[in-house]
Design a protein around this ligand. Structure first.
Ligand code: WQD
Length: 335
């Protein structure tokens, strides 16, 4: 028996595609919407092959109120998971207005149309980048917020809008603050496939392992961390996808507001990740120490107690699985 239909914006994207599968596995129906501005249409047929069923996809933009209204009119939607957004910190400095447009105006439009349609369970993609990264890790959900980039500020505004809307209406929301999602579906057929040259660590590691780039630059080895390199909380994308299902279930039952860190709670340095990748996959990842990257912080690790307490979610996949699955996907892509 179906548990209701969920609207997933950005359904063809990295987190969206894995979440569609997790929702199906938990008995939900899905209507996806995507404008394919940072994803490939072929992802839809890959999701369908993995789920062995057809995915209802609307080609449209989250700032298009008419498209959303028509979608809510056509399907009996009970909740929304809103991924569709731009997500590069670096790019957001050069294209700030576009970030506010897509991320803030997009969230506003989806929220307004949810409200019009009486859909009051809303899961919002936020990011660890909303925290003041100068404070010591692990950070919990009450740690100081900053939003040090236009991207981070666009996410903070989205969070603020949700809180205000919930005060004034019956909206129930979950803010999920992702740390560093990596890995891919174990089949290797869906994963992270950004347009253009990757900047995040795992996609670069894959490129170097595939000899598409000669070496990886390790940005700084003089941080006050275990080996001097940056420390992050890498979390498997399938665990992240499952967190959405847990959050949605809680909202559809009795929870009204949730704000949760989504990570593993343990920090991995850049050198540790490279080493784990080489061991897990039997490949070499040549690397050199390079200067620090502007804007980077030494460590950013989640306190994940609240997610465990309030929605019973914990990441279950380890660093080896993250490395193996990322590499399997990179190989099917021809990376
Ligand atoms: C991780 C570590 C780098 C590349 C991410 C997202 C951002 C936001 C928050 C979305 C750092 C080092 C990297 C390389 C390296 N997520 N590195 N060589 O900086 O934590 O930010 O999380 O909401 O969008 O980008 O992730 O993968 O870029 O870097 O040494 O070629 O790897 O310096 O220490 P980051 P990252």
């Amino acid at each position: 028996m179906t548990r209701g239909t969920i609207l997933v914006t950005g359904a063809a994207g990295y987190l969206g595609s894995h979440t569609v599968l997790a929702l199906w596995e938990s008995g939900f129906e899905v209507v996806g919407i995507d404008d394919y501005s940072n994803s490939e249409r072929s992802v839809v047929s890959r999701i369908e092959a993995l789920g062995q069923r057809a995915l209802t996809m609307i080609e449209g933009n989250v700032r298009d109120a008419d498209c959303l209204a028509a979608t809510f009119g056509r399907f009996n939607i009970v909740g929304a998971v809103h991924f569709a957004a731009r997500k590069s910190i670096e790019e957001s400095f050069a294209e700030s207005l576009s970030y506010y447009d897509v991320n803030v105006a997009g969230t506003l439009t989806v929220l307004q149309q949810c409200q019009r349609a009486g859909v009051n369970a809303f899961v919002f993609s936020s990011s660890a980048t909303v925290y003041d990264a100068t404070q010591p890790s692990p950070v919990d959900e009450n740690s100081r917020l900053l939003g040090a980039s236009p991207y981070g500020r666009s996410k903070l505004i989205g969070e603020r809008m949700l809180r205000d809307a919930a005060q004034a209406s019956g909206l129930r929301y979950a803010i999920l603050r992702y740390f560093n999602p990596v890995g891919a579906h174990p089949s290797g057929s869906i994963g992270e496939n950004p347009r253009g040259k990757p900047g995040n660590l795992m996609p670069v590691v894959c490129r170097v392992a595939a000899s598409r780039q000669s070496q990886l630059s390790v940005f700084g080895n003089d941080y006050s961390t275990m080996d001097g390199t940056g420390v992050r909380d890498f979390v498997h994308v399938q665990d992240v996808a499952e967190a959405h299902v847990h959050a949605l279930e809680a909202l559809l039952q009795d929870r009204e507001t949730l704000c949760l860190n989504i990570g593993t709670g343990s920090g991995t340095s850049v050198l540790t990740l490279i080493d784990a990748f080489e061991r897990a996959n039997g490949v070499r990842v040549p690397h050199v120490i390079a200067p620090r990257r502007h804007g980077d912080v030494a460590a950013m690790v989640a306190n994940v107690g609240e997610a465990a307490r309030s929605i019973g979610w914990r990441a279950t996949r380890n660093l080896d699985a993250m490395c193996r699955d990322a590499w399997r996907f990179a190989q099917t892509l021809g990376c």
